[in-house]
Design a protein around this ligand. Structure first.
Ligand SMILES: [Zn+2]
Length: 134
């Protein structure tokens, strides 16, 4: 079955480090696009900030996350709510006034470290079966 035309896949090899959706293993963003960790605080789930992502869609429901205006970000394969996108960087100095950065939650992410898959929330290794299914 053909993948959606806009579906981006990163190579799963030792030179490629990237994050995936924990629900459906959709590829989401490269380590090269990650900026750092989003500080945890009351009502804020710890996660990774990044400047670009693939295979995601945003909804149009504005709300506040830790006083910053955001919209919800969903995986475009399983439709899971996996993060937020900041819409008003003027009010978020730690985002360096660059618009459109994403926050992805650790418990929604898997990490490909070049050799294996790991859960971002527990560090646990995810087994990849020989038949290619994850
Ligand atoms: Zn997904």
């Amino acid at each position: 079955m053909a993948a959606a035309p806009d579906r981006v896949r990163y190579p799963m090899n030792a030179q490629s480090l990237f994050f995936l959706c924990t629900q459906c293993r959709n590829h989401l963003f490269s380590i090269a696009d990650s900026i750092g960790e989003f500080p945890s605080g009351p009502g804020v789930t710890h996660g990774v900030l990044c400047r670009a992502a693939v295979n995601v869609r945003e909804d149009d429901t504005p709300r506040l996350l830790n006083h910053h205006p955001v919209v919800n970000v969903h995986c475009n394969q399983c439709n899971g709510h996996i993060g937020e996108r900041f819409t008003d960087p003027a009010n978020a100095p730690e985002l360096h006034s660059e618009q459109g950065k994403y926050l992805f939650y650790y418990d929604k992410l898997l990490y490909w470290d070049g050799f294996g898959l790991h859960s971002c929330s527990t560090g646990e290794e995810i087994i990849i079966y020989d038949n290619g299914h994850l």
